[in-house]
Design a protein around this ligand. Sequence first.
Ligand SMILES: [Cu+2]
Length: 140
Amino acid sequence: MTVRDPMHFVANQETPSGVGCKSQSVLRALTLTILFTVLASAPCLAEDANNAGAGPVATVSMDHNTFIPGEITVVPGTTVTWVNKEGMPHAVVDLNKGFRSKTLAKDASFSFTFATAGDYDYLCSIHPNMKGKVIVKPAS
Ligand SMILES: [Cu+2]
C-alpha cells in the first residue's frame, strides 16, 4: 500500500516564455526598416510643367525682408513669380491694384502675367517699406 501525495500528479508544465514575443518585435523593426527604405527611394515628384510653352518668365525672391531683384525689366507677356525664401511672411501688392497676393509663407509663391507695358510699383503689405518694381516694356 502506498500513499500518494496528490500534489505529485500536478505536472509542472513549463511553458517557454518571452521567446516568441522578442522575435516578433525584431521582425516588426525589420519590416519598418524595409518600409522606410522603400519610401526614401521613391522618386521625387516631378515639377509642375503646366506652364510649359507659355510666355517668358522671371522670378523675384523675397529674402531678408527684400525683393530680389528690387527692380526688373521684362517684355509684355512675361509671367513674374515671387517666391518667399524665408520664414517671415510676405505679400505682394501692386500700388495701382493690378495684382495682389495673399500672405505668402516660406516657399509659397505668387505669379502674375504682365500683358501691358508700364511701370508697376509694388510693396509688401506686411512690411510697407519693402518695395519693388516691375518695368514692362517691349524689347527694342
Ligand atoms: Cu514682407
